[in-house]
Every structure is written in structure tokens, then in C-alpha cells.
Design a protein around this ligand. Structure first.
Ligand SMILES: Nc1nc2c(ncn2[C@@H]2O[C@H](COP(=O)(O)OP(=O)(O)OP(=O)(O)O)[C@@H](O)[C@H]2O)c(=O)[nH]1
Ligand SMILES: [Mg+2]
Length: 331
């Protein structure tokens, strides 16, 4: 699974999942209503795809998608087995990216296991659980391993200080050693504050500033309200927003024979050879060059015969969002 929704119990994780996936799931006003995770594939609507298909008169379109999993609530000491125990952690380990929902709605009828409304506090609880689980793994390895003990001890010391920037730094320095661990706290997290009509503007600004200072991504959503006034257009927009917050870019490929356009997602700022790997795992070894035109140019000028506008780049070309790529490969 690629993207996990995490957070304290009863904060609206399943509500967001249901909104994005259009699947009915158990949404109840009690903690731990989700036990078995909900999973779904979410199509990422892209109007460039429609516009391109009209210009080229193609009829086969392939949208991008996000593989989403809605995971059980985490509480203090979950890493030791409290609440629903450790189960959720193995699901998190199999994700690449996390959305952490933070409660910022005041409705007193909805059980709040914290008794206070404080997104920063919630963020810290979750991050702490992830770090604690990582610490447990490092300690286990120190016990059973003979190699790299000194380095592992050094890493452990930094993890115990629980400063995420320092953790990221040591992990960058010791890439080779830490690779095997797939640490939970290193997964990119994007935060969603679930607000309601009682959440005040200045509170939102305060939280926004806090996250901005830390260079962390945050979005404020009234999930309940969006669910009530379900507008397809709004939901499509929201999925798009989340897609870009998750640090993806889109590139397109064209198959003239099949009359097909495909969209592909890649991490922002990826090289062309990485993009070619998305199509087939042997491509990155065979790529010689890539021909590029951005879809914006085609759409703006309604260019059907794009061939003379293609620019030739090498395999280290950094793919831009909306690029149409033609990979030239060694036989
Ligand atoms: N007032 C208000 N209630 C909400 C909002 N979002 C969710 N709820 C309510 O909060 C309760 C919990 O919602 P869920 O989506 O099940 O929360 P969850 O995080 O998946 O909970 P667990 O699976 O138990 O961890 C439900 O009664 C929802 O209707 C919101 O934005 N405002
Ligand atoms: Mg749930």
C-alpha cells in the first residue's frame, strides 16, 4: 500500500477515506471503530487528460491513482501494544507516505480521547509512537547483530532525543545501515486538520504558521461538511490537492496505434530514466534519450502534429509536471 491515513482514534480518518473513495465504511462515534483497515484505489482526475484526448481524438485514457489505506487509531503507548496494539504499525510499515489527520473540530458529542483540542499535541503523540517503535527495532538489532554496533548505538542515541531533523540527518549520513529498517518516522507525512465551524480563524493561522516554520505540509478541511455537501467537483479537486501534497508529479505517454494516453505518477524532481522505469523495469537501463513536450503547450495551441515541437533531452532530464515523454531505448 502506498498511502496510509493515520491519527488518534475518532478524529475522522474513516470519514476522509470514505469521502475520497466513495466507499461506505464504518464511521462511528467511538474510538477504535476501524479495526481491519479499509483499502481502496483512488483515481486522480486530471482534466489535461480529457483535453489531450479531444485534441488527438483518442479514446483510451489511463488516470493516475493513489492506493489508500485507512488504519486503526494510534494512542500513547500503542507501540507497546496499548489500544489495538502493534497491529497498525505493520500496516504503516508497508506504506510509502502518510496522511496524519489531526482533530481540530470542537463538537463535544464526538468522543475525544484527549479532552483537549490541540493539533500540535496530537501530531507529537503520533510522531512519538513512530519513533518509539523505530527505537525498539534499533535496540533489537543491537542485541542480535555483531556488525556496526557502534554506528547503531550512535543512531539510537539520536533517535532517543526525538528531534526529527536530527534523525533525518543521521539517517542520511548512515544510509547504508538504515536502509534495511524501513523506519516509520522517516516516512513523509502530510497533515490534515479536520476543522468545523467553531474552529476560529486565528487558531488556524497559528497552527498554519507553526507547520510552515517546520516546513511541514498541512491542509485544513471540514471533512464532515464536505461529506454532507458532496460535490463531485470538490472531491476531485481535493484528491488532486492531496496528490500534489503527497509530492507527486504527473507525466504522460502516448500510444498512437492504440489511441491511448496514459498518466503516470512520479516523485517530484525525478530524472527521466526514473520515469521510464515506471513503464517497464528494464527501460531505465536501456534509455538513450527522451523527447519532451509539455501538455500545457499542446493544450494551449491545440497542437496535433507535435513532433516538430519535441525537444531532445538526456536521461538526467528532470521531468516537469504535465510533460509528455517519448523514451528512446537501446535495442
Ligand atoms: N463534528 C464533526 N464530527 C466529525 C468530523 N469528522 C468525523 N466526525 C465524527 O467523528 C466520529 C469518528 O469518525 P471516524 O471517521 O470514524 O473516525 P476515525 O478516525 O476513523 O476513528 P477510529 O477508526 O475509531 O480511529 C464519527 O462520529 C464522525 O461522524 C468533523 O469534521 N466534525
Ligand atoms: Mg476509522
Amino acid at each position: 500500500m502506498e498511502c496510509g491515513i493515520i491519527g488518534l482514534p475518532n478524529v475522522g480518518k474513516s470519514s476522509l477515506f470514505s469521502l475520497l473513495s466513495n466507499i461506505k465504511v464504518l464511521i462511528k462515534n467511538y474510538p477504535f471503530s476501524t479495526i481491519t483497515p479499509n483499502k481502496s484505489i483512488i483515481n486522480v482526475y486530471d482534466d489535461r487528460l480529457i483535453k489531450l484526448s479531444k485534441i488527438f481524438n483518442f479514446n483510451k485514457l489511463q488516470y493516475n491513482y493513489i492506493n489508500l489505506i485507512d488504519i486503526a487509531g494510534i494512542i500513547k503507548n500503542s507501540y507497546k501494544g496499548k489500544g489495538l496494539g502493534n497491529m497498525f504499525l505493520s500496516y504503516i510499515r508497508n506504506t510509502k507516505i502518510l496522511i496524519n489527520i489531526l482533530r481540530f473540530f470542537y463538537n463535544k458529542k464526538i468522543i475525544n480521547i484527549n479532552n483537549i483540542i490541540d493539533p500540535i499535541y496530537e501530531k507529537k503523540i503520533i510522531l512519538n509512537e513512530l519513533i518509539m517503535k523505530d527505537i525498539e527495532i534499533i535496540e533489537k538489532n543491537i542485541k542480535i547483530k555483531k556488525n556496526n554496533i557502534n554506528k547503531l548505538n550512535k543512531i539510537l542515541k539520536i533517535f532517543k532525543k526525538k528531534n526529527k531533523n536530527d534523525i533525518i540527518k543521521i539517517c542520511n549520513d548512515e544510509k547504508k545501515i538504515i536502509k534495511q529498517f524501513n523506519f516509520l518516522c522517516l516516512k513523509p507525512i502530510f497533515y490534515i486538520c479536520n476543522i468545523d465551524k467553531y474552529t476560529k480563524r486565528d487558531e488556524i493561522l497559528f497552527i498554519k504558521e507553526y507547520f510552515n516554520k517546520k516546513k511541514e505540509k498541512i491542509l485544513f478541511l471540514n471533512i464532515k461538511d464536505i461529506r454532507k455537501n458532496k460535490s463531485k467537483k470538490k472531491i476531485k479537486k481535493l484528491i488532486n490537492k492531496i496528490y500534489y501534497k503527497l509530492n507527486y508529479n504527473t507525466f504522460f505517454t502516448i500510444d498512437n496505434k492504440k489511441k491511448q494516453i496514459c498518466s503516470w505518477k512520479i516523485k517530484k524532481n525525478s530524472y527521466a530514466y526514473k520515469a521510464s522505469d515506471r513503464i517497464h523495469s528494464t527501460f531505465s537501463k536501456r534509455i538513450i534519450k527522451v523527447e519532451v513536450i509539455n501538455s500545457k503547450k499542446i493544450i494551449k495551441n491545440k497542437i496535433i502534429n507535435y513532433k516538430k515541437f519535441l525537444s531532445i533531452k538526456n536521461k538526467y532530464y528532470i521531468v516537469k509536471d504535465g510533460d509528455i515523454l517519448f523514451f528512446k531505448l537501446k535495442k
